[in-house]
Design a protein around this ligand. Structure first.
Ligand SMILES: O=C[C@H](O)[C@H](O)COP(=O)(O)O
Ligand SMILES: C=C(OP(=O)(O)O)C(=O)O
Length: 355
């Protein structure tokens, strides 16, 4: 039989999803969670404005795949954050969406059961509930805004968003970021180039008009005001790091030339550590030394950390998953996390107030 269809030839099916409004009605933000979010956003804005002299550190698992492990991590991180709070403002990395170089598990929202069942509706519920629970502990949260639709479901719980190296150049992501309510870090490109990120920073400040969904799930024209709190994240690229003082200074010049504020976050992972977790504390130490020596542009760090060291592939039999171990990039473990943050705090606590 001849197939005469002219559309949807490669589409298997469509399923209607819960609307953002309905998900929020089922899992409403509490007063305690809202107060964590508002504080988190304000502190980060103050750090980017230079009125709060601390640095902020986005730290946590490369991706969340196990809610219990994430809650345990959050409890430990909250305690640790109280010890370092006068120099380092801790924001937990709660990443539910993974941009893949080719293919692979795309995160808890896309496939919450890690078994290719792709129960996205359940993924949205699990993700929002976890963010609520972590926020209620008093933790500010960070995530990567990858799918342009998901912010409608959970941006009210986010204090800082990342646009990843693979999407910084994308107009869709720049438009979306121009409407986000929190500060947004744009990674440099996967090739290590800064231009895609500086162009993104120029774009995100402006109002944009584009297609999206409204809180009640209707396809809509979204008109944004522009986001004044974009900044660059140096993550290295093309097999080379870019956290060293020369690279940071080149980045400062590029920002200056583009008329952008000199606010730089250093991602201690990814190409800055050749994805070797053991190198992440060394990158953090180097960044802290640059601050000690007078650097004023480094305002934040990103670290991939988990309860346990390293990474694991998702096993055929999910009962074989090791608790607290990343299923995406390799992470440092809890003892290394504590040491890294406490060392940085001890190094910077007397310096930062007079920065
Ligand atoms: O942070 C996570 C990964 O680096 C990113 O998602 C790309 O992963 P991949 O190259 O393994 O697909
Ligand atoms: C994917 C990530 O980073 P990048 O975009 O720098 O590769 C990440 O931080 O999870």
């Amino acid at each position: 039989m001849t197939d005469n269809r002219v559309e949807n030839l490669n589409v298997e099916s469509h399923s209607v999803l819960i609307t953002p409004e309905d998900l929020k009605r089922k899992l409403p933000i509490s007063e305690a969670a809202a107060s964590s979010v508002m504080e988190g956003r304000q502190v980060i804005r103050d750090i980017l404005d230079g009125t709060d002299k601390r640095i902020f550190v986005v730290i946590g698992p490369c991706s969340i795949h196990d809610v219990d492990a994430a809650l345990e991590y959050g409890k430990r991180l909250k305690k640790l954050s109280e010890q370092v709070n006068d120099s380092i403002y801790i924001v937990m990395r709660v990443y539910f969406e993974k941009p893949r170089t080719t293919v692979g598990w795309k995160g808890l929202i896309n496939d919450p059961h890690l078994n290719d069942s792709f129960d996205i509706e359940e993924g949205l519920h699990i993700a929002r509930k976890l963010m609520l629970d972590l926020s209620e502990m008093g933790l500010p949260l960070a995530t990567e805004a990858l799918d342009p639709t998901t912010p409608q479901y959970m941006q009210d719980l986010i204090s800082w968003s990342a646009i990843g190296a693979r999407t910084t150049e994308s107009q869709t992501h720049r438009e979306m970021s121009s409407g986000l309510s929190c500060a947004v870090g744009f990674k440099n490109g996967t090739d290590g180039g800064l231009t895609v990120a500086t162009n993104a920073l120029k774009s995100v400040k402006h109002p944009h008009n584009f297609l999206g969904i409204s809180p009640d799930g209707q396809v809509s024209i979204i008109r944004t005001k522009g986001n004044q709190y974009g900044h660059i994240v140096l993550r290295g690229g093309d097999g080379k790091p870019n956290y060293d003082s020369v690279s940071v200074s080149i980045c400062e010049q590029a920002l200056d030339k583009s008329g952008l504020k000199k606010n730089i976050m250093i991602d201690c992972s990814h190409a800055n550590s050749s994805k070797d977790p053991a190198l992440q504390p060394l990158v953090a130490e180097n960044a802290a030394n640059q601050i000690l020596e007078g650097n004023k542009s480094i305002v934040g760090l990103m670290i991939e950390s988990n309860l346990e060291w390293g990474a694991q592939s998702i096993p055929e039999n999910l009962a074989d998953l090791k608790y607290g171990v990343s299923v995406t990039d390799a992470c440092i473990d809890w003892p290394a996390t504590e040491k890294c943050l406490l060392d940085m705090h001890n190094k910077l606590k007397d310096v930062l107030p007079n920065r």
